[in-house]
Design a protein around this ligand. Structure first.
Ligand code: DO4
Ligand code: MG
Length: 289
């Protein structure tokens, strides 16, 4: 059975707590077990085992999920992203730009994947937070992505959902503008929690998709299988850990396989719901930044 870790707040408190989500209905509060941060559980297997044992005690405190506020499960980790790992992404990128088409075509086939820095932890948006579209961009989309939660030793500890918000017009104008298309306020959302204990084989059997609604009307809905991802998790983790240390671990987005039709662009007020069958849903509303 999977262990589901979350960060949450209780009513009237601003402090982040660590919890275990049970049956999608309640959160077991790990505060009294001595667990105060996510790193404790990602870095130290015995702390996780002790927390799981403690969570069986009758004296544990359990909150209805509906009564707490879920926070992003990114605490001190940098967020990085892989790109052009699905054929759909390669095709979309080549269509958006003649100028950069060769670069995308090449990187899809190359041994070295495209990896880019996405967000500092303190800038990551959590469940139901506002995600941003840039005020100087005209063509904006969400990118639903499976995110790998990796500890400082490069061990894959769990999975969550990422939204790699992107400005396609800026990216398409010149491949060197990629950081501006990808890194800006509210451009990265992660949540709702971390699912631990699933294998790569299981994760590859999951579906991933996104629906976008405007004033309750569905404008786009699309999904694919994680199995369509060209690269293995080990390959992506191996490259992100090369010549680089992450003292608190890293959250690595694995690329998008779902891209809305070219005529579509997000507007302020749109709702973006990303789902992954083995994890849950990450929902956010769009604002202009
Ligand atoms: O190089 C463009 C970005 C690719 C990306 O973010 C993706 O494929 O998900
Ligand atoms: Mg992406």
């Amino acid at each position: 059975m999977s262990t589901i870790l979350c960060r949450f707040q209780i009513p009237g408190e601003s402090q982040a707590r660590m919890g275990l989500v049970r049956e999608g209905k309640t959160v077991i509060d790990l505060t009294d077990s001595g667990v105060v941060c996510l790193s404790d559980l990602l870095e130290n297997n015995s702390a996780l085992t002790a927390a799981l044992e403690w969570s069986q005690l009758e004296t544990r405190k359990e909150w209805p999920l509906a009564e707490v506020t879920l926070l992003t499960p990114v605490e001190r980790q940098e967020v990085w992203a892989a790109g052009v790992t699905y054929l759909r992404s390669k095709k979309a990128r080549m269509e958006e730009s003649d100028f950069s088409a060769t670069a995308y075509d090449r990187v899809y086939e190359a041994p070295r994947p495209e990896l880019f820095f996405k967000s500092m932890p303190e800038k990551v948006v959590g469940p139901h937070g506002m995600v941003g579209i840039r005020r100087d961009a005209t063509w904006n989309i969400p990118e639903p992505e499976l995110a790998l939660v990796i500890n400082s030793r490069g061990e894959l500890k769990g999975f969550t959902i990422g939204n790699d918000m992107s400005s396609r017009d800026i990216e398409g104008e010149n491949v060197l503008y990629l950081p501006q298309a990808k890194i800006y306020d509210r451009g990265c959302a992660v949540g709702p929690w971390i699912v631990m204990g699933a294998t790569e084989e299981e994760a590859r059997s999951w579906d991933i998709g996104v629906t976008i609604t405007r004033e309750k009307i569905e404008l786009f809905s699309g999904s694919t299988k994680i199995a369509q991802m060209k690269r293995t998790f080990d390959e992506l983790i191996g490259y992100v850990m090369r010549s680089q240390t992450f003292p608190h671990g890293v959250v690595l987005f694995t690329g998008t396989g779902v891209v809305p039709q070219d005529s579509f662009t997000l507007q302020a007020g749109d709702r973006v719901r990303i789902f992954i069958s083995g994890i849950g849903e990450l929902e956010n509303q769009v604002t202009v930044v």
